[in-house]
Design a binder for this molecule. Structure first.
Ligand SMILES: [Zn+2]
Ligand SMILES: [Zn+2]
Length: 238
């Protein structure tokens, strides 16, 4: 939209001040009290030390006991449920791109206190295939990565690209899906990630296949380590 027109419309119809998580009325568009309480409560729950997904008890989920990921670890703001799930939906499917700012800041807060994240050299978003990008008009992982990069003062680098999916992912086994995804991601030319420590950003970790495939490509391209960060983490099923 034309900026002048947008500015004029904002004057006539000021945007509602809403909580970035639940979308309820909230002065200054801060996270509302209900959502703050919810976040504080869920953040006390048990998460897998490696993949950051919610687990009932213990320190590692079964996936992380069984396998080695190409990323060192992943962290999320909280579980993919309640107001965090609503926030992802409003950002992704209702096109509320302005939510990326407060949500990205929440993600950055999540990692500033973790020593391991302090040495990252650059922030890289999980890319979206061009056909999907044309349909949706924006890549939510990119929007979140922009905010995280700003908040932790590291460059954003779109070194990863994705080819258009040729095979639907739905009925594939995890191994097939990872292989498929790995072939879909590629590194852009003329970019040096040799010995770089990368912070990889996505909106949600579900099976971990996407982050795993992307991290694999980054490691093959010479990255010394890949640390992942997502807005939300789906509890492991099975
Ligand atoms: Zn709220
Ligand atoms: Zn795990």
């Amino acid at each position: 939209m034309n900026y002048l027109l947008e500015g004029l419309l904002n004057l006539i119809f000021p945007p509602r001040e809403e909580c970035p998580l639940c979308g309820g009325n909230s002065p200054g568009s801060a996270i509302c009290l209900d959502c703050s309480c919810w976040l504080a409560a869920v953040q006390k729950e048990q998460y897998c030390y490696t993949c950051g997904r919610p687990i009932g008890k213990g320190s590692l989920c079964n996936d992380c006991l069984e396998r080695q990921w190409p990323f060192t670890l992943c962290r999320a703001v909280g579980p993919y449920s309640g107001p965090l799930k609503e926030a992802v939906h409003r950002l992704k499917y209702q096109g509320k791109q302005q939510l990326a700012t407060p949500l990205g800041r929440l993600m950055a807060q999540q990692v500033v206190n973790e020593m391991v994240y302090r040495s990252v050299d650059m922030v890289v978003p999980i890319p979206m295939a061009p056909s999907k990008l044309r349909r949706r008009a924006f890549n939510q992982a990119h929007l979140l990565a922009v905010e995280v990069a700003k908040a932790i003062d590291r460059p954003l680098n779109e070194v990863l690209q994705k080819k258009t999916d040729t095979v639907p992912q739905a009925n594939l086994t995890r191994q097939q899906r990872e292989k498929n995804l790995q072939q879909a991601f590629f590194l852009v030319d003329n970019v040096n990630i040799h010995q770089r420590k990368i912070l990889l950003i996505d909106d949600v970790i579900t099976t971990g296949s996407t982050l795993s495939a992307a991290a694999d490509v980054l490691r093959q391209g010479g990255a010394s380590a890949v640390l992942a960060l997502t807005l939300a983490a789906t509890p492991r099923t099975k």
